[in-house]
Design a protein around this ligand. Sequence first.
Ligand SMILES: C[S@@+](CC[C@H](N)C(=O)[O-])C[C@H]1O[C@@H](n2cnc3c(N)ncnc32)[C@H](O)[C@@H]1O
Length: 289
Amino acid sequence: MTRRPGPLGEAAARLAAAGVASPEHDARLLLAHVLRVPHLRVDGCPELAGAQAEAFADLVDRRARREPLQHLIGTAAFRYVEVEVGPGVFVPRPETELLAGWAIARATALLTAGVEQPIVVDLGTGSGAIAKAIADEQPQARVYAVELSDAALAYAGRNLAGTGVELRAGDLAESLPELDGRVDVVLANPPYIPLSEYESVAVEARDHDPAIALWSGTDGHDAIRTVERTARRLLRPGGVVGCEHADSQGESVPALFAARPEWVDVRDHRDLADRPRFTTARRRESPAR
Ligand SMILES: C[S@@+](CC[C@H](N)C(=O)[O-])C[C@H]1O[C@@H](n2cnc3c(N)ncnc32)[C@H](O)[C@@H]1O
């Protein structure tokens, strides 16, 4: 594709040279941020001058040094909502939208089946993106969100204000004991990257997402094991869990659930790029023999 001349084309070329994965898209969003216009409106933009030119040049410089785009514009889009993000909180990823959509569909099915207020728990909520999307798309659900990091909790508190989501500070291992055996849907996008994959992780994530959001023991399964135990405690018989994982864990995570007699209907789901992305399972209705 021929690059447009002007600030957009120059910025995109600069970002491409710096190894940014989506240079045109990022340049466009940064320019829209500076101009305070929707990103589809930036095409006819004249040459920038004065403070706007300086602000755009500064943002392009920072992006070329691989600061995450969402940190520079201060927000991330997730399904139909937007959340504030920045240093100290994980930037929600598009692939997680599928997991959130799965939970929304489960809650909707329960409402259709006559459950008045399905209880949904988001473990390790970070910015609150998943919980906010569920509250937005299924307002009849009662949504709880749990987070350990103080920095992330500050963002989640602002992002979830006025949504009705109950935000709880604490470790997901011990969270919400008052809901034991009563929850309909548990979901989590926990830290899951094996430390051995450090070199292959994008600079934006490695240097700017908080460590507590990324790494989870040498094999990357520590937090997922905790999610399995917590979901087993929280779910009612017949309740369901969905847990995101790394591309490389499409067999190990289902196996981790299938190893426990309390789980049935264990299956893995692929993302839009056809990579293994999250595992779901259902809490057995009758006591396991
Ligand atoms: C990969 S991030 C996902 C954040 C958010 N759910 C999302 O998808 O954008 C994992 C989150 O789990 C949180 N976390 C890690 N260990 C935790 C624990 N033991 N208890 C509660 N939260 C934890 C991290 O602070 C981080 O916010």
